[in-house]
Design a protein around this ligand. Sequence first.
Ligand code: AMP
Length: 274
Amino acid sequence: MSAYQIKTLEDLQTWRKDLSAQNKTISFVPTMGALHNGHLSLVKEGFKHADNVIASIFVNPTQFAPGEDFESYPRTIEDDIKKLENLGVQAVWLPNTDDIYPDGVQSDIYIEGVSEPLDGEFRPHFFGGVATVVARLFRLVSPDVALFGEKDFQQLQVIKKMVREQSIPIKIIGVPIERDEHGLALSSRNVYLNDEEYKIAIQLNKVLKNMADGHLNEIAAIDKLLEIGFDEIDYCTARNSKTLGTENPDRVFAAVWLNKGLGKTRLIDNIKMK
Ligand code: AMP
């Protein structure tokens, strides 16, 4: 089945009004493209919650800091559209930068608390950019339900807090992490890994699992990651999944770097504690 490709805000509004007129519900899956089975699991879950699924593909400039990989971020639009069509997605929205940022590319929302630790500390621009783009996408699509991956667990908490704080009437659903056959969390950035790095990368989930099972504490887990060959560890820590603070930890979180290939690759992962 071919999906309706929406390329202008006028088309988006017409599509949205038609569905409202037919009393149809909408699940929304925002993505930055380079789609893999993780993204597709969000789409599949979306069909369980609404009549229609719309996915957006937009590499959001405000969540990249200068020097990060905005320009080189993988862009595979034609393949992405085919994958979405194969799942029966009714619409794919391909916004351009002016649609989202008509008055200039900058963030205007910051969600306090959950945006601050972990990735908030190491990528201070990131959650402001994410909250800004998601709020704008939400206003334009006005879905009933939106789906986000637990791969980006902190991002999921930021979005949940944003919809609560801003009284946005959209149900947010978190979807479990999709992994490859070696347990590596799927990510569009995994294409940056060379063979040597891949062999190291697949150890990350094993160390986190050992930590989640209580066999390694934080210091031992960081030592282990460095011994395995990760080049830098931003964090590897047990946190509370709601507050992301250190009290009452129930989930382990890590962000690590591999610098052995052509560029530097940052991997994140998280696992629920026993
Ligand atoms: P991105 O295109 O990286 O912005 O991701 C779009 C959505 O897909 C986000 O909600 C991510 O959390 C989700 N996602 C990315 N990778 C995975 C994965 N391996 N498993 C589940 N969801 C994922």
